[in-house]
Design a protein around this ligand. Structure first.
Ligand code: NAD
Ligand code: DAU
Length: 351
């Protein structure tokens, strides 16, 4: 094999698309998917490639330093692409420590294991940290996040991701470890766990359940199809300059309520329901505490320097996403049984 890469969080939403892309595109790379299989990790996301000769799954927890050191010495990776994280803002509000432990300490454990393994010989080595635009805080009505925008995280989730970004840069500076960081906007697409806006609303529309819109619904997010994020990660891993940060986004801002209306119209069409039927499920509920008003990414650097741009429009991506959920009812039913029901009622009851 030309290279061994450890991809952390490869059983999750974005990670599974990154693993699939690398396994299929680089048959001469050994792709090791390191994942603890939390509620968000699901090997059903990867059944199509699980038997590929260049793919290995390892169940391991990034918060367990000894376990990570063992995996690193067993597989001797040339590169790490780090996606494993607690990723849902609402959960970070009810249980911040889980985010600090996984996102900050877990990242530190990976960095320490990489330093120990590579022992100052960094030839051909790279640590790629996958981060979020939320580290930059919240925008007003105008402006875009640049790579130089000062960090101003506002939730326990985004503060823990900011902490992990700082650690990666500090290790790069102190130990001269080659690294890249990307900060991406909101992803959507197949295999997203239905706690996030789009898959949660698709599931509720299917089941004719209320659509819980936080606050006035006029919060704005910048949406990117997950496969385009995976393509960007491939580009930056191979061609990005050491020590650099690249923002990733689709120049695709939507107010939540406008996006929800488009989703309702798309679902009514696909489910042969009367136009307007799903919109009647919209229910305004108490806002998320500390809710960031607007995110929007300036993705010019990755476009100009590395030639990456999104491959699908939002309407195409949303269409493909809805089709995927409608065709994968078993996947959706499996992940929404059991603990999901407890999560849902504690998150949404009495709001
Ligand atoms: P996800 O919650 O769907 O998946 C996270 C994965 O990490 C799961 O497979 C889970 O089992 C694994 N994991 C969690 N804790 C672990 C631990 N202690 N040890 C090993 N594995 C563990 O998340 P996602 O939405 O796919 O996000 C992936 C990464 O991308 C995260 O770092 C997130 O901050 C970042 N990101 C996400 C978005 C988005 O819109 N979803 C946007 C920008 C950046
Ligand atoms: O910007 C990148 C980030 O996007 C990632 O780093 C996070 O991992 C990812 O979860 C996402 O964070 P958001 O908080 O923006 O995503 P979420 O899907 O939770 O919410 C999107 C918007 O929809 C936000 O304004 C809150 C609102 N919302 C969300 C849910 C779950 C609702 O109105 N109702 C809901 O039930």
């Amino acid at each position: 094999m030309a290279k061994t890469l450890i991809i952390t969080g490869g059983a999750g939403f974005i990670g599974s698309h990154v693993v699939r892309l690398f396994v299929n595109k680089y048959p001469d790379y050994h792709i090791v998917n390191l994942d603890a299989l939390t509620y968000a990790g699901n090997l059903e996301n990867l059944t199509d490639i699980e038997k590929a000769p260049n793919y290995t799954f390892v169940k391991a927890d990034i918060t367990n330093a000894a376990e990570i050191t063992d995996v690193f010495s067993k597989y001797n990776p040339d590169g790490i692409i780090h996606l494993a994280a607690e990723s849902h803002v609402d959960r970070s509000i009810t249980d911040p420590n889980a985010f600090i432990i996984t996102n900050v300490m877990g990242t530190a454990n990976l960095l320490n294991a990489a330093i120990a393994l590579w022992k100052n010989d960094f030839t051909g080595k790279r640590f790629y940290h996958v981060s979020t635009d939320e580290v930059y805080g919240s925008l007003g009505d105008t402006g875009l996040f640049l790579e130089t925008t000062p960090y101003d995280p506002q939730s326990p989730y985004s503060a823990s991701k900011a902490g992990s970004d700082h650690l990666v840069r500090a290790y790069g500076n102190t130990y001269k470890m080659p690294f890249v960081i990307t900060n991406c906007s909101n992803n959507y697409g197949p295999n997203q766990f239905p706690e996030k806006l789009i898959p949660l609303f698709i599931n509720n529309i299917c089941n004719k359940k209320p659509l819980p819109v936080y606050g006035d619904g006029k919060y704005t997010r910048d949406w990117l199809y997950v496969i385009d994020h995976a393509r960007a990660i491939d580009t930056v891993y191979h061609d990005g300059r050491n020590g650099e940060t690249y923002n990733i986004g689709g120049f695709n801002e939507w107010q939540n309520i406008e996006l929800i209306r488009l989703l309702c119209q798309t679902m009514d069409r696909k489910l042969n329901r009367a136009p307007g039927e799903s919109e009647q499920l919209i229910t305004y509920i108490r806002d998320r505490p500390g809710h960031d008003r607007r995110y929007a990414i300036d993705a010019n650097k990755i476009n100009k320097e590395l030639g990456w741009k999104p491959s699908v429009t939002f309407e195409e991506g949303l269409d493909k996403t809805v089709d995927w959920y409608l065709a994968n009812e078993k996947w959706l039913n499996d992940v929404t049984s059991g603990n999901y029901q407890h999560y849902y009622s504690s998150q949404y009851a009495n709001r």
